[in-house]
Design a binder for this molecule. Structure first.
Ligand code: NOJ
Ligand code: CA
Length: 692
């Protein structure tokens, strides 16, 4: 396999077996470093459960598990532990792209085999993988019935917390993740308050539940984050909140007939339920738990998968300068405008251009009920000469990113998928941005339910067949499948920059990214579309603005993890602006990543080493409070001299009062040096360290 150059593998098997006559009530295993310990048990009512300890303190108290099915009895009691198996696993694997080149995958596995003590004596297993930075567990059901369609009505996996932790959460919306984060104690979570948000084209929040990743901090300063890994042919998991007992219970996303998961046979494996545990907030970001809990790369040839920066015909529509449709007379996606973007990209070390609104159908996009058959993904508007644009891009060495807004008419998209991707292939396009704005057709399905999870997977696998990278908007959350399909290059799945252009609730507050870095970003790459320089854009919208400084926008290229990053602003705002040099210089694929400091919702500083050179880059951002941070440069390679180019807030910069003033400084530094960062309110600092 071309991409897996380094692969060290040591696997030790240890097998324990107990005969049924010796009753086992409790089994335990620790992480390789011994700090995390998991106990699995059955209680007096023979209900199976687990408990997690961190350095001998309970971190997850006795939590029970169970499943409800359609037409057959639930599995949740009268269960005994039959036997268990243990395994130690050590592996280093190489990523195709990402935050670090080599990922260590080191865990102790505990597999517990359960059986019902009464007829029909159904069997299932629970598999724990315990890492130094957290754990995952999944359920493995082997042939629990003779039916050939098994319907799961509910998964009842509990996470019993030990106190009223401080939580960074978004509501457990079945249809969209584009909510602001709330910071409250667990007992104060009130997701139902966020029903019917006017800025969302689709939303459904049936319970007081949260979406994952959900991150929290205990009063003993332990950071926890709950999520899932390897989500496929199943429904997304939200976590229902019991505010009195500090209990989280899985609440899977439903479907039109109220079932949660439909399976073609009665054996199944659930996604991993994951718990990250760290003594530092930065430890959460540095963890590879989620990606490790996915299967290795299935694509043989990955030469066509290219991390890249892009500009696009995009922000201008969100500002109202132009439109997606042609009817308005202000069509954005014209041949001429595309060429202008290609020229800019070619001159500024930007690899690609995204063109939205290129295909017919946009007159009937948002708010229309009958969206089936509206977009065909192959027919350009008459003022957009697709072939001419492609040839022009080719001649300049620039790629075009295709746009497929499905308007959530999923059946239409599936019918067109091969034709649409075949066109891309023919044109030499190998990146597609997909979109799913609106309520799903067929009615009653949700973006985060099994039906859509299977759809997103189908698109990803079909795209791989045509050698196309996928950047999904209104996606299912990332659960690490990029390890298996590295063409899953990025996705939205959060309140992106676009909200600053048009939301009527004040846009994204300065603390947004300092929260996102420790929550949504733990799942995987984010297509946030940073780099807005004209912060107030009064020419287009008096009521809206970006709530950060310009330097903060630059720092996002390092803070946010993604192998594709947009330079999102209008080209005219970049022309002649020397801060754009940072965007030209910053890479999108990393050898190594380190979090230097941070507090969730307040600030974070991340450094990353370029995968293709010895240069380092730093991004530091703060919330609405100004901050001074002392940075030790000991992460730089020893014995080497670097030129640091520092892009920082001007002394009197402020996200609202003076957002665009910045300074550029040059320093000669080595790993022995320290520097002091001064971040304005809502500000940031971006630094390129060029090796000499
Ligand atoms: C919503 C996406 O997030 C945005 O990036 C895109 O421009 C519009 N949908 C249109 O597809
Ligand atoms: Ca969106």
């Amino acid at each position: 396999m071309q991409n897996q150059l380094v692969r060290i593998l040591v696997v030790l098997f240890v097998l324990f077996f107990w005969s049924c006559s010796n009753q086992i009530d409790l089994v335990q295993e620790t992480s390789p470093d011994g700090k995390i310990r998991v106990e699995v048990f059955t209680n007096n009512y023979q209900k199976p459960g687990y408990k997690v300890f961190y350095k001998d303190d309970v971190i997850i108290d006795s939590s029970f598990i169970g499943f409800d099915f359609k037409d057959i009895p639930s599995i949740d009691k009268n269960i005994s532990i039959v036997n268990f198996e243990k395994l130690k696993f050590v592996e280093d694997w190489e990523t195709v792209w990402g935050d670090r080149k080599i990922v260590s995958n080191i865990y102790n596995q505990l597999k517990i085999n359960f059986e019902e003590t009464e007829a029909p004596n159904r069997k299932f297993s629970m598999i724990f993988r315990i890492y130094d930075d957290g754990l995952g567990f999944r359920f493995d059901f082997q042939q629990i019935d003779n039916v050939n369609q098994l319907v799961i009505m509910d998964e009842k996996t509990e996470f019993k917390l030990t106190g009223d932790h401080l939580v960074w959460w978004t509501p457990g919306d079945w249809d969209i993740y584009e909510h602001l984060y709330n910071t409250t104690r667990l007992s104060k979570i009130d997701a139902l308050k966020f029903r019917n948000h006017e800025n969302l084209a689709q939303t459904y929040i049936p319970y007081n539940a949260v979406n994952t990743p959900v991150t929290m901090k205990t009063d003993n300063n332990i950071y926890l984050s709950f999520h899932e890994a390897d989500l496929k042919n199943y429904s997304g998991m939200t976590l229902k909140i019991d505010t009195t007992n500090f209990l989280l219970t899985s609440e899977l996303v439903g479907s039109p007939d109220e079932s949660k998961v439909k399976l073609e046979r009665s054996s199944f494996v659930t996604p991993w339920r994951t718990i990250q545990i760290s003594e530092t907030s930065g430890g959460l970001i540095e963890s590879d738990l989620i990606i490790n809990l996915n299967e290795p790369n299935k694509l043989e040839d990955v030469s066509w998968i290219k991390p890249m920066k892009y500009v696009g015909i995009w922000w201008e529509m969100h500002l109202g300068k132009s439109t997606w449709d042609m009817q308005s007379g202000r069509h954005g996606a014209t041949t001429e405008n595309a060429k202008k973007h290609i020229d800019f990209a070619a001159e500024n070390n930007i690899h690609a251009v995204l063109v939205e609104g290129w295909n017919t159908g946009w007159e009937r996009w948002i708010g229309f009920e009958d969206r089936e058959g509206v977009f065909d993904f192959v027919t350009p508007y008459p003022d957009y000469n697709l072939d001419e644009v492609i040839n022009y891009a080719d001649s300049k060495g620039v790629e075009i990113i295709m746009h497929h807004e499905t308007s959530a008419a999923v059946r239409t998209y599936e019918q067109q998928l091969d034709t649409a991707f075949a066109l891309c292939k023919k044109l030499g396009i190998n990146g597609v941005k997909t979109g799913y704005v609106g309520k799903i057709i067929p009615k009653g399905e949700y973006h985060h339910g099994q039906f859509m999870i299977n759809h997103y997977r189908k698109v990803l696998e079909t795209a791989a067949k045509y050698q196309i990278m996928v950047n999904a908007h209104e996606p299912i959350k990332d659960t690490g499948e990029r390890r298996t399909f590295p063409n899953m290059i990025s996705r939205e799945g959060l309140r992106g920059q676009e909200f600053n252009a048009w939301s009527n609730d004040g846009g994204n507050p300065p603390e947004h990214l300092p929260i996102v870095a420790f929550t949504r970003m733990l799942a995987g790459p984010i297509d946030y579309t940073p780099g807005i320089f004209d912060i107030k854009f009064d020419k287009y919208k008096k009521e809206n603005q970006v709530n950060t400084t310009l330097a903060h926008q630059l720092a996002l290229y390092v803070v946010i993890s993604s192998p594709i990053q947009m330079a999102a602003d209008l080209l005219e705002n970049y022309e002649g602006n020397d801060a754009f040099q940072f965007i030209s210089d910053v890479p999108v694929n990393w050898e190594y990543t380190k979090v230097l400091n941070g507090e969730i919702g307040d600030f974070v500083t991340i450094v990353r080493k370029d995968r293709n050179s010895n240069n380092w880059f730093l991004g530091s951002i703060t919330d609405e409070n100004p901050r001074e941070l002392n940075i030790n440069l000991d992460f730089l390679d020893k014995g080497k001299n670097f030129t640091a180019v520092i892009y920082k807030d001007a002394d009197n910069a402020h996200w609202n009062d003076n957002p665009t003033e910045y300074k550029i400084e040059k320093l000669n530094v080595t790993s022995e040096d320290k520097i002091n960062l001064k971040l304005a309110a809502g500000g940031g600092t971006a630094i390129s360290f060029f090796v000499e």
